[in-house]
Design a protein around this ligand. Structure first.
Ligand SMILES: *Cc1c(COP(=O)(O)O)cnc(C)c1O
Length: 448
């Protein structure tokens, strides 16, 4: 059967959006470090009849009938997660990373308890107690920070833990280019009696690929999204480690109860199936090679950027991710850089860097190599991409963020319209499209 034929017959408008997005993904350079390209096998599992079934509850204990097959599916996928990460317990039902983290709070804390995570502006995630997140309203959030070199400030962390006696500490970040220091956090949490949860959403593919230390021996709980370096569908897994069950033998059951009936209704069984496929793929030797190449590519890209005069937070990376520090070009230029790069077909995101004053006008760009590596790019391509990026950044070197708020809005609006007519960016855009075209994406996928 031809893929999407029924969709073409029923709803050509939606099919057109899918085709346009496929074309965008094929012709651009996807460098947002939290994104990736799943296999067609993952997508086929997701585009299946499994989406039709309600299965509130857990295998053998469902509220609805007809779950004989779903029970087997969910059990098999949870077993794959346990085996791959080396943990005694896994819940594969969270709808995504944010609800997974919320479930960890409710399973370990009472509302109002003290919790700690890395500050958002220093590379932490919204759900680790940031101001805009409900997690800072329901719990007393005491953020820790990085030092002036961009590494976790352990002196401050120890002091804050002593002073505030948190119930839960998060280790795991969303814009931190260096190895996550699980062992050091483990000691601090043990001394204070806090629960320690590792959120490895960004790096779980690197962990199972053997190129980043695993948190499993040092923490009580592990959460991860499944759609970042792990290269599965959008979803998440919560795991409890042997150390976690030692601290609280009931922890797995508490997490199960928090997910359903606590927070969610029916699990997304088609996603569970896609997660299963991704976990199988991640258990293969090819995935180890993939993970190692992601890191080699990120290091090569870092060197290429530095060679072209671009400053990096911490001077480089241990992982899949880099943070460009644009302050030598100008403070608050992240918006301009990301817009100009987007115009040239390079997708990245603006990001705060240590010391940034405004999260709305950050001075950094976060970028990474998981998706490019999936396309088959290697160190030589990173060298070329470093040049593309440096060329694009030349187009913002005369930008200056106005101090006055209203002047800022007008200035950015003008900038956005100017870059649409920028000949240099158009030329780079064409080069980028030609370059990425040499690394076919989903060549088997022909849409009607
Ligand atoms: C991406 C991410 C999440 C949230 O995942 P969503 O699926 O977007 O809700 C949580 N924590 C960290 C560290 C992440 O990087």
């Amino acid at each position: 059967m031809e893929w999407f034929k029924a969709l073409k017959d029923t709803d050509p408008e939606i099919l057109d959006y899918i085709k346009a997005e496929l074309e965008r993904q094929r012709t651009g350079l996807e460098m947002i470090p939290s994104e990736n390209f799943t296999s067609l096998a993952v997508m086929q599992a997701m585009g299946s009849v499994l989406t039709n079934k309600y299965s509130e509850g857990y295998p053998g204990k469902r509220y609805y009938g007809g779950n004989q097959v779903i029970d087997q599916l969910e059990t098999a996928v949870a077993e794959r997660a346990k085996r791959l990460f080396g943990v005694p317990y896994a819940n594969v039902q969270p709808y995504s990373g944010s609800p997974a983290n919320l479930a960890v709070y409710f399973a370990t804390c009472e509302v109002g308890d003290v919790i700690m995570g890395l500050a958002l502006t220093d590379g932490g995630h919204l759900t680790h107690g940031s101001n805009g997140s409900v997690t800072s309203r329901a719990w007393k959030s005491v953020p820790y920070h990085v030092d002036k070199d961009g590494r976790i400030d352990f002196d401050e962390l120890r002091r804050l833990v002593d002073e505030n006696r948190p119930k839960l500490i998060w280790v795991g970040f969303t814009a931190y280019p260096r190895e996550f220091p699980f062992e050091e956090f483990g000691k601090i949490a043990d001394e204070s009696g806090a629960y320690l949860a590792a959120d490895i959403s960004h790096i779980s593919g690197l962990v199972v690929g053997g190129v980043h230390k695993s948190p499993v021996d040092f923490v009580h709980i592990v959460t991860t999204t499944t759609h970042k370096t792990l290269r599965g569908p959008r979803g998440a897994v919560i795991m409890v480690t042997a150390k976690g069950l030692q601290k609280d033998p009931d922890l797995g059951r508490k997490i199960d109860k928090t997910i359903i009936p606590g927070m969610q209704g029916g699990p997304h069984n088609h996603t569970t199936a896609g997660i299963g496929v991704a976990l199988l793929e991640a258990s293969r030797p090819e995935f180890k090679a993939y993970a190692a190449q992601i890191v080699r590519n990120a290091k090569a890209l870092g060197e290429a950027l530095k060679k072209n005069g671009i400053k990096l937070v911490t001077g480089g990376t241990d992982t899949h991710l880099l943070l460009m520090d644009l302050t030598p070009i100008g403070v608050g230029l992240g918006v301009f850089a990301s817009e100009a790069l987007d115009e040239a077909g390079i997708s990245v995101n603006k990001n705060t860097i240590p010391g940034d004053l405004s999260p709305f006008y950050p001075s950094g760009i976060r970028l990474g190599t998981p998706a490019l590596t999936t396309r088959g790019m290697k160190e030589a391509e990173m060298e070329k991409i470093g040049e593309f990026i440096a060329d694009v950044l030349k187009e913002i070197r005369n930008c200056e963020l106005p101090k006055d708020k209203e002047a800022r809005q007008a200035y950015i609006k003008q900038f956005k319209s100017d870059i649409k007519n920028n000949r240099n960016l158009a030329r780079i855009r064409a080069q980028v499209a030609e370059f990425s075209g040499r690394f076919p994406l989903y060549p088997e996928l022909e849409l009607p």
